[in-house]
Write a protein that binds this ligand. Structure first.
Ligand code: MSP
Length: 651
């Protein structure tokens, strides 16, 4: 029986961090769990490479979008490899077969009457690739807080409104379709409010999959991205997916748009969507834009990937938000892995080596431990099935504690000194401990694949763990007479201070390496356009200016009212910027390669308002627009996360 699961496909405008790893690790864990249940499992992930913000990131890095996404896609691929994740398909939205799947999906929707042409004017968030209904020009995006952009264009529309009742029936009749419950309720509330038709093509951008027979249109990134779930397994008879695992911020796209697209095309919808919560760092969602990112490879190098897997799945109830901290990571590693599981494994195996020459003795099982093991298997599997990894792990650690206590009570080191009389009790103690270790190890394989395999091998098991099935978890499967292999510590204790310092040091190195990949040279914030000649002159001295020097520069918030290309100058745009004066300022800015004129209208910008006017290409420029200069000098306009009134002064 097949089981096909997916992770979101990750945007290629940023390098991977443990937020992305969180989903992919959880998917890998589910993949292994389903494998244990006997399914023929396929796990697909990939990269989402189209859209304005990827295009802009590429320009800022001085690369073509394709060159840029090649590098970042490879970075994601390697990341999963380094972490040892069992990825079966890695699909890029820039692949030719993916483009064909997207175009076919569109044509099917169109042929069946669910697509029409219209004109769209509205606010768009280029970072979330979402139209913001009811937003006014200049309003921030409600999700990420960044300024929205006004877009007017001819689009293809998808008749989302036609699916409202069918979607509500789906959520009601199949409550498992979108889980956890809190997300299902949000989706229900959203759909009950009424669904508007959805624009699914763009004419304002070029970096996308072309709409068939419409050379000016490319597909809206979500129409493109969601289809990856099908293109990843194109021609393999694996559709529909059994599970889409996602983060909570993209529920609407998966639980509302995606089934509607598929129904419109006459295709089957996925069976289940599960949205987990956010991984927070320093009390905020870990994300590139917030700059509070932790990367996985430093943790992998210092404590091992399994330490990260265990921490993420044990510490954060799956579905809720949770915080990452190095202290908590090392704390859990030492208490649960080094002292808990690692200690149980090494003491059990060492005693069998010492007292029974490394051969599993034939001994009677202790009933209490055997019963606890059986109930733990049931409890943990049931919790894992609900993706409640934390609960399942808690139960397994309960069993570890029971076995530890059992060993202490039976005191095999004393029994070993008791000669023949105690031989039976010693055999029984060692067999019980070893069998419990076998059950625990097999049960932990989905969560700790690398370390569990090491313990499994030291137990002398004849097969690899990936071939173990749920039925093997029954008590009593450990064969007496089996020879153990040499004991090696699996989780060496970590000295907290030193290992945290090491991870932070490696984190800094990884940051620099990833910034270089993204076309940035230094970890510091990008340098802004020089402010004014006065400030520049002052700076020429000892590199510092006084507050009075800075106060000479009149920086103002303005809103772009119009933007037009400047004839014969492919880098220049002529802007009218309202800074709260009687007339908008005329400003000529060298930003045409990075920004399309229509994307600027309605956007808030920062300008130097007291710069002496000058003429450029016959047009008067009454100020200068402030931008960061990144990569080879590509501009990225300064903006605000909060709403700021026009004319506000920057101090
Ligand atoms: N490209 C879209 C998804 C398209 S799927 C058809 C996208 N990409 S993303 O790069 O922003 O990745 C989002 C996903 O990465 C989240 O849904 C989540 O699975 C994971 N995470 C990224 N940051 C995360 C946290 N800080 N915490 C938890 N998960 C995080 O959205």
């Amino acid at each position: 029986m097949k089981y096909y699961l997916t992770t979101p496909i990750y945007y290629t405008n940023a390098a991977p961090h443990i937020g992305h790893a969180y989903t992919t690790i959880a998917a890998d864990c589910i993949r292994r769990l389903k494998g244990m249940q006997g399914y023929d499992v396929t796990l697909a992930t990939g990269t989402d490479e189209h859209g304005v913000n990827v295009e802009r990131a590429a320009i800022a890095a001085g690369k073509t979008p394709r060159e840029y996404t090649d590098v970042i896609a490879e970075e994601f691929r390697q990341q999963w490899q380094i972490l040892g994740l069992a990825i079966d398909r890695f699909e890029r939205t820039t692949s030719a077969r993916h483009a064909k799947v997207v175009q076919d999906l569109f044509l099917r929707c169109k042929d069946r009457g669910y697509v029409y042409k219209g004109t769209y004017t509205g606010q768009y968030c280029i970072f979330d690739n979402a139209f913001i209904n009811d937003a006014k020009p200049g309003d921030p995006c409600p999700d990420c807080g960044r300024p929205t952009e006004t877009v007017t264009e001819e689009n293809y529309y998808f008749k989302l409104s036609a699916f409202q009742d069918r979607l509500l029936d789906l959520y009601t009749n199949h409550p498992d379709f979108i889980q956890p419950e809190i997300r299902r309720n949000e989706v229900l509330a959203f759909v009950r409010q009424g669904l508007k038709d959805l624009s699914i093509s763009r004419t304002s951008i070029t970096w996308g999959i072309p709409v068939p027979n419409e050379e000016k249109h490319v597909f809206y990134v979500w129409f493109d991205a969601l289809s990856t779930y099908m293109s990843a397994v194109e021609g393999e008879n694996l559709w529909p997916a059994d599970l889409h695992l996602i983060g909570k911020e993209i529920v609407r796209f998966h639980a509302v748009y995606w089934p509607a697209f598929l129904w419109a095309a006459g295709l089957e919808i996925p069976k289940r969507i599960f949205a987990h919560g956010w991984l927070l760092f320093e009390n905020d969602k870990m994300s590139k834009s917030r700059g509070n990112i932790v990367r996985a490879t430093p943790i992998h190098k210092v404590l091992g990937t399994d330490a990260l897997r265990y921490f993420l799945l044990r510490e954060v109830p799956f579905g809720s938000d949770g915080s990452f901290s190095y202290d908590a990571l090392v704390g859990r590693y030492n208490s649960d892995l080094a002292n808990g599981l690692g200690n149980l494994a090494s003491r059990t195996l060492t005693m069998i080596h010492q007292y029974r020459s490394g051969v599993v003795p034939r001994g009677e099982s202790d009933n209490h431990v055997a019963a606890h093991a059986q109930s733990t298997v049931e409890l943990a599997l049931e919790a894992f099935e609900r993706f409640d990894f934390s609960k399942g792990l808690e139960a397994i650690w309960g069993l570890i504690a029971t076995v530890d206590k059992f060993i202490v009570e039976r005191a095999p080191w004393k029994l070993a000194k008791g000669g023949e009389e105690c031989a039976g009790a010693l055999d029984s103690t060692l067999y019980t401990a070893a069998e419990a270790l076998r059950v625990v190890t097999a049960l932990l394989y989905p969560v700790l694949p690398q370390s569990a395999e090491k313990i499994w091998s030291q137990l002398g098991m004849p097969t690899h763990l990936d071939s173990v099935r749920v039925a093997d978890l029954h008590w009593g499967h450990l064969a007496a007479g089996q020879s153990l292999r040499a004991v090696e510590g699996v989780f060496p204790r970590a000295e907290a201070k030193a290992s945290i310092e090491k991870m932070k040091e490696l984190e800094a190195e990884e940051l620099v390496r990833q910034l270089a990949l993204l076309g940035k040279t230094a970890p510091a914030a990008p340098t802004a356009t020089p402010l004014s000649s006065a400030a520049a002159k002052a700076e020429a001295g000892n590199g510092q200016i006084t507050i009075d020097d800075f106060a000479k520069v009149d920086l103002r918030v303005g809103m772009v009212k119009s933007a037009t290309p400047v004839k014969g100058a492919d880098k220049l745009l002529h802007l009218a910027v309202d800074i709260g004066e009687a007339q908008p300022r005329s400003i000529v800015a060298g930003i045409a390669l990075a920004y399309k004129p229509e994307a600027l209208v309605g956007r808030k910008v920062v300008i130097v308002a007291n710069l002496a006017p000058r003429k450029l290409r016959g047009l008067e420029s009454q100020g200068m627009i402030v931008a960061a200069s990144v990569g080879d000098g590509a501009p990225v306009l300064a903006g605000f996360l909060e709403d700021v009134p026009i004319g506000a002064r920057l101090k």
